[in-house]
Design a protein around this ligand. Structure first.
Ligand code: FES
Ligand SMILES: [Fe+2]
Length: 417
């Protein structure tokens, strides 16, 4: 019974999904750059199910940070493509990712308390070690039977990869490694990591945001909107009008980072109580190159995370879709936290006040995004939804469209084989 997750056999897809995939498959080479996806990709529950089963289950999904499972006996629970998962650090120091479904009759095993040596199923108290091996199964028979179960039963093990302390899990045993797909972000890290960077992880919102996950990340990556939506909170980091303004990166095949950077009006700025400004609550990091102290880089890592490389912090948002129009997220904008910070910042005597200031500034920006996201989601139901026309500063949206079209076509082929 030692097993890994196996793809389900191909099934015929729902007609609504087939129609949307046909429409996308008919896109010409330029279409993904020039028009938006069919609105049904944002509103159809069947398409959402297809996306979860066939795209998210073949993607690297960020579930948290190494700081959350720093020592043996620390556990983390999450969901990947709708599958409950557990992450644990074994006695040998190894990190393990596994399905959280008990091998007895499938009850979902909750996250154990910190320090627990075993995960325990709540239904009949079968227990598992941090590597997912069965350790106990009450009243299942004599010692020989228990030994036989212990020798053979293990929670299905999942692919796990660490990237700069972020824990990514992939349900696809054949998935290509993550790190090469994020190579374009490597040059950004050096000046931060010299500082003993430590995470203040976010907690995911417990109330879903009422829009599709793609609306969430499109809003993040859209360089065109801050000038109009974020008047007063984002003027300090404009996409236009200063030097060369917003910059984009090219997308190579297999890239999983969609990146833009914008200048700040003054070096060493960052998030303050009123949004982006010169007196950053998190002090600028001295080891960053001048270039990074004068710009903010926004990176989307579809489909589960967004990041902001700023002068004083790397801020990140974790995203978990729970329905076609229901998305959980966690970051300084939505909840609190989601920062990688130098030790020297965390040790400041007024650190918590600084965190509160960043949270306040982030939430003011977020309060401006919420109504436009709600309205964009509502528009996806309209018969008058346009195909769209992209502005020069919407390069990242075009790149995301291409990422999606490729992912959908790949998934459609894989699941029909
Ligand atoms: S279902 Fe887990 S112990 Fe029975
Ligand atoms: Fe915004």
């Amino acid at each position: 019974m030692d097993q890994t997750i196996v793809s389900r056999p191909a099934r015929s897809r729902a007609p609504a999904v087939e129609a949307l995939l046909d429409e996308i498959a008919a896109f010409g080479p330029q279409d993904a750059y020039e028009r938006m996806l069919p609105a049904g990709c944002y509103t159809s529950p069947e398409f959402f199910a297809f996306e979860q089963k066939e795209v998210f289950s073949r993607s690297w999904i960020c579930v948290g940070r190494v700081e959350q499972v720093a020592a043996p006996g620390e556990w983390l629970s999450s969901e990947v493509a709708g599958e409950p998962v557990l992450i644990a650090r074994g006695e040998d120091g190894e990190l393990h990712a596994m399905s959280a479904l008990c091998r007895h009759r499938g009850e979902i095993i909750p996250c154990p308390e910190k320090g627990a040596r075993h995960a325990r199923c709540p239904l009949h108290f079968w227990t598992y070690d941090p590597a997912g091996r069965l350790t106990g199964a009450p009243r299942m028979g004599d010692a020989a039977r228990l030994k036989q179960l212990r020798d053979t039963v293990r929670l299905p093990q999942l692919r796990l990869e660490l990237w700069h302390g972020f824990i990514f899990v992939n349900l696809d045993p054949e998935a290509a490694p993550l790190a090469p797909s994020l190579a374009k972000l490597e040059p950004l890290w050096a000046g931060y990591e010299a500082t003993g960077l430590t995470a203040v992880p976010p907690v995911l919102s417990d109330t879903p945001l009422p829009w599709n996950w793609k609306v969430q990340v499109e809003n993040f990556t859209d360089a065109y909107h801050p000038e109009f939506v974020h008047i007063g909170t984002h003027d300090f980091a404009p996409s236009v009008g200063l030097g060369d303004g917003v910059r984009f990166t090219e997308m190579a095949p297999g890239d999983n980072a969609i990146v833009r950077s914008v200048p700040m009006k003054q070096a060493d700025g960052g998030m303050m109580r009123d949004g982006w400004g010169p007196d950053a609550a998190f002090p600028a990091i001295a080891t960053l190159p001048a270039e990074q102290r004068s710009r903010i880089t926004f990176a989307m890592l579809p489909p589960s995370m967004t990041m902001m490389f700023a002068a004083g912090t790397i801020a990140y948002t974790l995203i978990r879709p729970v329905g076609v129009e229901a998305t959980l997220a966690g970051s300084d904008r939505v909840t609190y936290g989601g920062w990688l910070l130098p030790r020297s910042t965390i040790e400041l005597p007024d650190f918590l006040e600084r965190c509160a200031a960043v949270r306040e500034g982030g939430s003011k920006i977020w309060a401006q995004d919420v109504p436009v996201n709600k309205a964009m989601q509502a528009a996806k139901h309209s018969r008058f939804m346009p195909d769209g026309i992209y502005a020069p500063s919407e390069r990242t949206l075009q790149q995301f469209n291409v990422w999606l079209v490729e992912a959908y076509c790949r998934a459609a082929q894989a699941s029909s084989r």
